[in-house]
Design a protein around this ligand. Structure first.
Ligand code: B12
Length: 290
């Protein structure tokens, strides 16, 4: 057993216990509903004194101007544009202009709207969590693994379920990487296995055990009907059923993944759009070595 296993295992067990009862789609949805809306109302004198009220910026600060787009299930034309304008007004936007409309398919039209939003939000009260780890460079990461772990770090990744999108997990793992940042396969001190897409959770677990993985990277792109939540949860539940949750560092990623969501689902970290491989490698190294 490696030096940091005990520390890692205790941490993971705690976090799994804490998260077990939360892992349902229903709870996530209800939590979202309960989230307090941070608007101008319900504000005390102290709140007002310390508030940092912000709203969208278009041409001038705080003009509230936004651009939004949506599709309506109607044929394009004057009536369709009017419907889009009225709909935006129902959303409480003012000075609504339909600046673009285009037929998507028979009976479907895509609209782009410019409009003025009224509410402000108090930025002082906004809180969010993110993966806290210093981003190290390629050389530092390799050096740390070599000198402190004294063996390669074994990382496996896959897109699970029926999701066919490989681009996200490839961006993190493939040699060429993403946005001029090398992928994990390029790191001499990381042994990276990319299983691609449409991998069954059982197969991912079996391969992870076979190669004695330290970390498992799970990608999900399709979010229709909360498929990503279902699939992420299925993997966690499998690990828990097998008593193996604490054996791996688990990382979730995808265009609709936040660190907050990933932790809520029982993962150690979550990464969203624009993630660079070095950010993921830095997180893993920090998690294993410090
Ligand atoms: C390319 C593409 C495809 C290709 C995928 C090819 C491939 N080999 O992956 C093909 C044509 C196969 C495809 C198919 C489908 N697609 Co598609 N596809 C796209 C498209 C155009 C680009 C996706 C992409 O390449 N992104 C670039 C990568 C680099 O970004 P990323 O995935 O966000 O990854 C980054 C981060 O999220 C993060 N990350 C991602 N995964 C992970 C994992 C870990 C562990 C970590 C740490 C980080 C991480 O790091 C990455 C780098 O920064 C998007 C639209 C768009 N413009 O985004 C639609 C889109 C994703 N597809 C969509 C859909 C609906 C489908 C289909 C269901 C369509 C259909 N009806 O058949 C099918 C999927 C069928 C299935 N079984 O899954 C929808 C998804 C809607 C939703 N929210 O659910 C999108 C958004 C298009 C749309 N607007 O409708 N698609």
């Amino acid at each position: 057993m490696k030096k940091n296993d005990n520390k890692k295992n205790t941490k993971n067990t705690k976090s799994t216990k804490k998260n077990t009862k939360k892992i349902t789609k229903k709870n996530i949805v209800s939590k979202k509903k309960k989230e307090k809306k941070l608007t101008n109302t319900d504000r005390t004198a102290k709140d007002i004194a310390t508030a940092q009220l912000i709203k969208p910026y278009g041409d001038t600060l705080n003009d509230g101007v936004v651009q939004l787009s949506f599709t309506l299930p109607v044929e394009n034309g004057a009536r369709a544009k009017k419907a889009a304008e009225l709909y935006a007004q129902l959303l409480n936007f003012e000075e609504v202009s339909v600046v673009h409309s285009k037929k998507l398919a028979d009976g479907y039209t895509y609209f782009v709207i410019y409009a003025r939003a009224i509410p402000s939000i108090d930025y002082q009260k906004v809180q969010a969590s993110e993966v806290i780890s210093e981003v190290l460079d390629f050389y530092k990461i390799n050096e740390l693994i070599k000198c402190k772990l004294n063996r390669p770090l074994v990382v496996i990744g896959a897109t699970i379920g029926t999701d066919a999108h490989t681009v996200g997990i490839d961006a993190i793992m493939n040699v060429k990487g993403y946005n001029q940042d090398y992928g994990l396969e390029r790191y001499p001190e990381i042994r990276a296995y990319n299983l691609g897409a449409q991998v069954a959770v059982e197969d991912l677990l079996a391969k992870s055990l076979e190669i004695n993985a330290d970390a498992i990277l799970v990608s999900q792109t399709v979010t229709q009907k909360d498929a990503h939540i279902h699939n992420f949860t299925q993997f966690i539940e499998l690990l828990e059923a097998e008593g193996l949750r604490s054996r791996f560092v688990l990382v979730a990623g995808g265009p609709r993944v936040s660190h907050e969501l990933a932790v809520e689902l029982g993962y150690d970290a979550g990464f969203g759009p624009g993630t660079l491989p070095s950010q993921v490698a830095s997180f893993l190294v920090t998690k294993f070595l410090f």
